[in-house]
Design a protein around this ligand. Structure first.
Ligand SMILES: [Fe+2]
Length: 386
């Protein structure tokens, strides 16, 4: 294997490892795995702080409208299973409802003890500390102590409140998952720049392509989630080229049929790279099918018409446009008028007619008027160009 190719495969390998890690983190945010990873250490710290032998963290579940134990130490399985508190129920429910720290010396005798089965941990003094952000209370941290006097110390309670607040901020960040998306997209943009540098045809088209994908999708009346995914697909559609030899990608002359077959694999490679990323939703499929033709004669699956994901149909038009209005080693860039003619010719054959119509309309009304917007890759669009 030549050294260049080997380097690329190493990069691809590292990419997959990074993506897998991010995937695990971001998808764990929706499962109990991260809860354990995140809350168990928080609980452990809190217990150590006041030498509590037992404790639990309860989070409010919006669906069931109850507080459920999601992390525990020294609490029996029966108690965990039987504890489902509504807001205001029992000591923990009251701490949740009021947002205030509540201590109790003898919880078993507390009015309205829900799920009391007389287990030892239910008879110990404990403190319930609300886990809250500025906006709302997310749950409760409960700590059991042998000696009630510990809970009379104002300072201890303050420290525990700080710990609970820190926990809340972390919980909120995990719930939003936005930071992760931002980080991931930055990484993807960096990678697309790497690909751009390798494949001279795609140079610097990523940002403009994704902006256009958004405008077209909005104009077609698609819902925001789908619009966002199509935007990502426009940015990521050629990511699989990272797995294709540079010798083929940069070949100055026309490709042999065998080389063409190799290049075609970039759709499947892109899919393999992206499909483990849960929050990308339909993006991997859009990437897989971005070389399908509307009449069914494209690749890799030969899908036809509306069988082709809408995102792929949008990307296909934008991608063809970018290719046509850029110089190629074996031909000059087409003028904008000629490129529009080509899109029209491909209506219903290579391209979804609706997407072509929206593209051409937007190009005429908005994009062609942006001063110098395309001059970098279409220096030759004045009259007389082929
Ligand atoms: Fe492609």
């Amino acid at each position: 294997m030549d050294i260049e190719l080997q380097k690329k495969w190493e990069l691809l390998d590292r990419l997959i490892v990074s993506l897998t890690n991010i995937h695990e983190l971001s998808s764990a945010a929706y499962s109990h795995k991260l809860n354990e990873e995140l809350y168990e250490p928080v609980l452990e710290n809190a217990c150590n702080l006041i030498k509590a032998s037992r404790g639990s963290i309860m989070l409010f579940d919006e669906k069931s409208q109850t507080l459920n134990i999601i992390a525990s130490k020294g609490i029996s399985a029966e108690v965990i299973a039987s504890t489902r508190l509504k807001s205001g129920e029992g000591v923990a429910g009251l701490a949740f409802q009021t947002g205030k720290i509540i201590t109790t010396e003898d919880p078993g005798n507390e009015n309205g003890y829900v799920g009391y089965i007389g287990a030892p941990e239910q008879r110990e003094p404990f403190v319930a500390i609300p886990i809250r952000t500025r906006k709302k209370v997310l749950g409760v941290l409960n700590l059991h102590v042998a000696d009630y006097r510990v809970l009379k110390d104002e300072y201890v309670l303050k420290i525990l409140a700080v710990l609970a607040d820190k926990t809340a901020i972390t919980v909120e960040n995990v719930g939003l998952n936005e930071a992760m998306r931002g980080f991931y997209l930055e990484m993807v943009e960096t990678l697309t720049r790497v690909i751009d540098a390798k494949d001279s045809y795609t140079h610097d088209h990523g940002a403009r392509a994704s902006a256009r994908a958004r405008r077209i999708s909005e104009e077609m009346g698609l819902e925001e989630d789908l619009v966002r995914e199509i935007e990502y697909a426009a940015l990521l559609h050629d990511i699989g080229k990272i797995g294709i030899s540079e010798l083929i990608l940069r070949k100055p002359s026309r490709l042999t049929p065998q080389e063409y077959e190799t290049i075609k694999k970039h759709t499947a490679i892109g899919y393999q790279i992206l499909h483990p990323i849960q929050f990308l939703g339909r993006v991997p499929k859009m990437v897989l099918h971005h070389h399908e033709w509307f009449n069914g004669s494209g690749y890799p699956a030969g899908l036809k018409g509306e069988e082709i994901p809408i995102g792929s149909r949008v990307v296909s038009v934008i991608d063809a446009w970018d290719a046509m209005v850029s110089d190629r080693p074996y031909r000059k860039a087409l003028s904008f008028d000629r490129a529009i003619e080509e899109l029209e010719k491909g209506r219903g054959e290579q391209f979804d007619p609706k997407v072509v119509d929206v593209f051409v309309q937007l190009f005429r009304n908005e994009w062609s008027k942006l001063d110098g917007a395309e001059s970098a890759d279409n220096h030759s669009h004045t009259a007389g160009q082929p």
